[in-house]
Each structure stands twice: as C-alpha cells, then as structure tokens.
Design a protein around this ligand. Structure first.
Ligand code: SAM
Ligand code: SF4
Length: 467
C-alpha cells in the first residue's frame, strides 16, 4: 500500500474560505492525501487566498517566498513538493501569480477547486496548471461528502455554504468579480448536508454566503425558498441546537427572516449586519443602495421581535471623499445602534473596482486617526456588552478542552467564549453557566446547579438602543 501523501492548507480571509479549505481536504482525501499541520514536510501546500484588501493579497506573495525555500529543501531531500494557490487572489490574478512566483504549480479559482485532482495531474513533471474560469458545472454537484471521521475531527460547529457570489456591486468590493454572480444551492442539498453533519455530532450550523440573505435556492416544494424558510426547515433537523448565518445585506432582510428570529429558539439572537458608513453621501458613493435610516429601520424590525438580539457590523473608514463630517456620522450611528462588536477597515483600493478610479482620496494619516477613533468606540461597546454578562446565567454550547488544564470552552449565544472547569464529556452540550468574571474577551464562570435553569440575557443597559 502506498503511504498517504501529506497536504498542508492555509486559509486567509472569510468563513467561506475556511469552508472551501475543508472541501478541498475532502476532495483530496479521495486522492490519498491526509492533512498535516506542517508545511515543511507536505507533498502539497495549498494557499487559499483572500483578495478583499491589498494587505490580504500581498500576504500570499510573502508566504510564497517562504515556501520556495521549503520546496528547495524538499528537493534536496529527494522529495517533490507541489504548491497551489487557490481562492480569490488566484481568481483575480491568474497567470500573473506564476509570473511573480514561479514556484507555484497550480492556480485554481474558488469555483473550480473540485477539479484539483485533474489539475495536479496536469502539473506533474514540472508542468503548470491554471483554472480560473467560472465553469459551467456546479462544483457542489462534484464535491465529495466529508467522511464521518473528518466531520467529527472538525468539532461540533460547522459552516455550510448556501449561496455564493454577489450581484450588489458595491463600488469598493472585488467579490462580484472574484466569486461571480449570485447563485443559491437547492434547499434539499443543504438539508442533506446538515443532516449528515448532525448525524456525526455537529450541534451548531452557520449558513454562509457572501450575501447570505439574498439566498433564493429551489425549495423542497420546487418553488424559490428564502433564507428565513430554509432556517425554519433546518431547525427541524434532529440534533441541531443552534443556527446562525453570515453575512447579511440590510436590503435583503425580508419578513421571513424576521419571522425566523421571532419563531425559532435555535436561531441565535446575534446578527452580523454590515453598514460600512453612517453617512448617506458615502453610502451612495459606495452604491450600497440603502440609507442610514433604512439600516436603522431594519435593526428596529429585528429588535421588535427579539428584545435580546445583538448586532455586529463592518465599517470602512477613509472611503474616497469621506469628510470629517461623514466620519462623525459613522461615529454617531455606532453610538446610536450599540454593537456587541464590529470589524473596521481602512479603505483599500482594489484594481478593477469603480472606487479605485475615484480621485478624492483620504490621506493615510486621516485614515489611521479615524480608524483608531472608531475602534476605540467599538471596543468600549464590546467591553460594556461583555461586562453585562458578569453575574448573569447564560447558555453555553461547549466546544472543546481549553488551553488551561481542566477547563472546557464553549460559546454563548453571542459567540463570546466562555470557560468553565468541567469534564470533557460536556462537549456538545448546551448548559447554563453562571458568569463570574471577564478576562479580556473571554467569560469565566461555573456550571449552574440545575441543567434546566435558563435565564435569558437582555441587551446591556449601557448600550443605547437606536431610535
Ligand atoms: N457582503 C458583505 C456586505 O455586504 O457587507 C461583506 C463582504 S466583504 C467579504 C467583508 C467586508 O470587507 C466588507 O463588509 C467591508 O467592510 C470590507 N471590505 C470590502 N472591500 C473593501 C475594501 N476595498 N477596502 C476595505 N474594506 C473592504
Ligand atoms: Fe461586496 Fe458585500 Fe457589496 Fe456584495 S454586498 S459587493 S459582497 S460588500
């Protein structure tokens, strides 16, 4: 029997890349590859890349520099190491990658990685293989299902892609170019995936998509299905205790999604709803197709059906033309909404996007200063949100042994890590935990005496609720 070949895969960027990396591992398991955590002894290294900001793209080239040395060492030991670049940089730059980094053997875009086995064969004996077309075949129809042992090894929480691509064309964003137009998977396939995951110990599912609430796949009745209806169906799958979804666009929040939050206890009251800016002028220049008021109305609709709901968001500072007044409007919106956390980024011009042509750029110093102010505000809101959990009893879904001996870590409904001293057999269970203290972003507590006691958590009073 041939010894297994070793595969090392490194993923950058979003949750969808984490999901794609797992599916690449599943695809290559059929070719006799097993995963290794070390790049140096791997027969195949895949960099699953992100193109969303310049910094993310450039990381790939510095990593390829390091891998060149590893590949040369392997050759000196009589081993062959293949290097593949997958993901959105592969899609956006194609052949250019091999020109800049001749160490690369395979370049494969995010819609074509089900062809990895064939591409690797084409790249044998010093050849190169590049595939960055949007193929006519749907990759999901070709990807092998993960093996039960692989599902178990990945833990009790899993991502499932339900839609890909985006038709929104925000002027700063490369996603519509790298991931293609919006496409949704049929509900039946998603239900099958979730059942298989649940049968192998998964308790929490996060449905993912670049614009997940634009989901409109074929429903079980043959008609178009919304994300809200899909969530209703998935809540019935035995074993699934928690459902989440990410990332949503404010314009695609429909009544079925609001109803899902009203009706489904398994649907966690924590929504990532990016707004990008608090200025209508900037939102228009970004082509977001909604105003600040529209966004606030969407937040209010969620809050009307679930008082304990909390939000996170994404912000871009220093978009071309952003004035101090525009930026102040962003701070005002953050203050008004009160977030449990948020991501904020300096605007990064992406080649080929309309915003990259805009002339009125914001200086690096202004961007740095605005980012620092915004992050300070968001951090203070996040701290207040976390502090409000101290003294409360909250439900925690336990995930794994923590770094400290005897501690088990899980997550609250709001994705806050929570640590308790307990036996490992609580992994996979949702148990009430009395929170005693806060250490940076982690909650520390002890298991509450009765497993049935459940005190629901309300939005912290320090955070004002938007009008
Ligand atoms: N679809 C989601 C939405 O509509 O908000 C977000 C998808 S994008 C992968 C994640 C985040 O990256 C965006 O919300 C935005 O804040 C940030 N981002 C995208 N393009 C960017 C750019 N050119 N410069 C800085 N940040 C960017
Ligand atoms: Fe990018 Fe999101 Fe805008 Fe689509 S909706 S273009 S993914 S930022």
């Amino acid at each position: 029997m041939k010894p297994p070949r070793k595969l090392h895969i490194k993923s950058y960027g979003c949750q969808m890349n984490v999901y794609d990396a797992q599916r690449m591992v599943d695809t290559l398991a059929g070719e006799g590859f097993v995963e290794t955590v070390h790049a140096d002894d791997a027969d195949l290294v895949i960099l699953n890349t992100c193109h969303i900001r310049e910094k993310a793209s450039e990381k790939v080239y510095s990593e390829l520099g390091r891998l060149r040395a590893a590949k040369e060492d392997a050759a000196r030991d009589g081993r062959e190491m293949k290097i593949a670049v997958a993901g959105c940089v592969a899609q956006a730059e194609g052949e250019e990658i091999i020109r800049r980094a001749p160490v690369v053997d395979v370049v494969v875009g995010p819609q074509s990685y089900h062809h990895l086995p064939q591409l690797l064969r084409r790249a044998q004996h010093g050849g190169r293989a590049i595939e960055t077309e949007f193929p006519a075949d749907d990759k999901f129809g070709f990807l092998p299902q993960p093996r039960p042992d692989a599902i178990r090894a990945r833990g009790i929480s899993a991502f499932v892609t339900v839609q890909e691509g985006c038709d929104k064309f925000c002027t700063f964003c490369v996603v519509p170019y790298t991931r293609g137009t919006e496409a949704s998977r049929p509900a039946e396939k998603i239900v099958d995936d979730v059942k298989r995951l649940a049968d192998n110990g998964v308790r929490e599912i996060t449905l993912i998509g670049q614009n997940v609430n634009a989901y409109h796949g074929e429903g079980l009745d043959g008609r178009s299905c919304t994300l809200g209806r899909l969530l209703h169906r998935l809540a019935e799958v035995p074993g699934i205790a928690r459902l989440r979804y990410s990332t949503s666009h404010p314009n695609d929040v429909d009544e079925t999604l609001i109803a899902a939050h009203r009706d489904l206890p398994a649907l966690m009251p924590f929504v990532h709803l990016p707004v990008q800016s608090g200025s209508d002028r900037i939102l228009a220049a970004m082509n977001r197709k909604h105003t600040v008021r529209d966004y606030r109305n969407v937040i209010d609709r969620f809050r009307a059906v679930r008082q304990d709901i909390a939000f996170s968001s994404d912000f871009i500072v220093g978009f071309p033309g952003e004035t101090e007044e525009d930026f102040s409007a962003t701070l005002a919106l953050v203050t008004q909404i009160g977030y449990a956390g948020a991501y904020s980024f300096k605007y990064s011009p992406r080649p080929g996007t309309p915003a990259a042509e805009m002339r009125e750029t914001v200086s690096a110093a202004d961007m740095d200063e605005r980012l620092a102010r915004l992050q300070e505000l968001i951090d203070s809101q996040q701290s207040a949100f976390n502090k409000a959990a101290v003294g409360a009893t909250v439900d925690v879904l336990f995930e794994r042994a923590a770094r400290n001996a005897g501690q088990i870590v899980g997550r609250t409904a709001y994705l806050q890590p929570a640590h308790v001293m307990a036996q490992l057999d609580i992994v996979g269970q949702i148990l009430p935990v009395r929170i005693e203290s806060l250490e940076r972003y982690s909650l520390l507590g002890e298991l509450a005496p009765s497993p049935h006691a459940h005190v629901s958590r309300s939005v912290p009073s320090q955070i004002s609720i938007g009008a």
